[in-house]
Design a protein. Sequence first.
Lengths: 271, 275
Amino acid sequence: MNRIKHIVAGLLASALVLVLPQAQAQSEPITIDLSQPDQPVSFKLGMLSANIQVIGERRKDITLEVDGSKSGQRIVTPSGSQPISAGSYRLSVTEDNNEVKVSSSWNRSTLDIVARVPMDASLDLWTTNDGTIVVRDVTGEMQLQNTNGPITVYGAGGAVIAESTNEDIVVGFAELRKDTASSLTSINGDLTVVLPDQPKAQLHIDTTRGEIVSDFEIEVLPSETKVSRKNENGTIEIAVENLIIANVNGGGPVIRLKTFNGDIDINAEMR
Amino acid sequence: MRVSHLLGPILLLMANGASGAPVVETTEWTESYEVVSQAELFIDNIWGDVEVIRGSSDQIELSLRSIRRADDEENFEYSLEHIPLRIGKFGNTVAVKVGRDQDNWWNVRRCKGCALRLDLVVSVPVDATINVSTVNDGDVTVRGIRGDVTATNVNGSIFTSGLTSCQTIETVNGDIEADFQTSPANDCRLETLNGDIALKLSDGADADVEVDLVNGKIRSTVELTPQSVPARVEHTSESGKHRYTIEQSAGFRIGSGGKTLILKSLNGDVLVERS
């Protein structure tokens, strides 16, 4: 009998320690406080299908605005089918020693997510289907991956690694730091890099079927076809890379631009 | 006070009593416990059906049928220790539990061919608080109870009718039928992973509903008003690590609205109708 008492007592205790939900309006941003507000922050967001926008601001926390209203879910009633105003979604966010991770196990539809982060945050963002990635005014280094959608960056200040399989990539730099190297790669998309005033950069350009257009005078350096060979599990993989190496204003940080079926633009301003 | 008597003979089948022969023991009996107001029923079953119905105002009556089986006599004895059946009353609560409190599930699994199927029909005072569960090979049914109901299952369905108040009605692989006699008296969660949810409200009963479906559809035989539902934000922290869970559901109002029913299913549909 005592054991049975313990069962029930345990159940009651479990119920008491449940965290009560805190209701927030759908449009209200959710604030994620940082463990060390004055220290560098890392923001990671990965989702199968999402329109991700990250905006750098002078702030010491991170806010998230999420909109799931594109779910297209409907109720069928006697008077017909009608849409449900707010779709359903579930997100999980963790903050551990200034590393903030946002993930989702499943969602019915594409989410629109706007994250406001400290300007010097480092970013790691990915999505796969029906989504876009847009980053504004973030000066930290960033790693961006969108398999079937475009990537657009405004006002980058650090290293940018951007990869899209089937869509375009546009990266605008507000500054080019000497100790950084960036890379934009796509298979079927165009690549556009926008350089700041009086830029100094070294471009490593590789396009198989596209054309290259530049707003800047570039000095093409002699380069050799690069062949790499890798033995793995009894197979030999040989990669041939035919790079064009070009300096802008005498050279500077390396920006690698590689696409198979797309064009490459080197622009002086965002268009 | 416990009143116990055997309804039928204990049937013990042992094939020649030889080691290696399966052993099955079937027992049927009833028990009755006197209770005063605010009675509670707690059932933690593993295999079998659980049915709770309205009974007299001062008694909880249990009608039980247990089938204990094992691959041989040795395992049968082992099962008596590791899969016990315990029934008791403390205060105004009657509790039924299959299995030990803290036992490692491995201890149960190493018992070859062992199971204790328990089918219960329990009649309780109409205002009793109900907290019942089973896991395999059975459904949970609660009918005509006006007290607070919590019902869970894993591989089976849950059927409720005459509800006025619930906390959680939850299963994994099964349907849920929740039939409210009145407007729900408090917020309640109805959740299944692989099953449909049928929500019925009597004429004049009102509620707000949040629906979280992944692969299912919502159908209603009554007019509903879609409405915006606030996102839920749950914040927990442990050892300096903070976790936020943000959930947004689709929502609609039945009648003039009221307490919130949260309906969730991964692979099932939702049907809303008047009972």
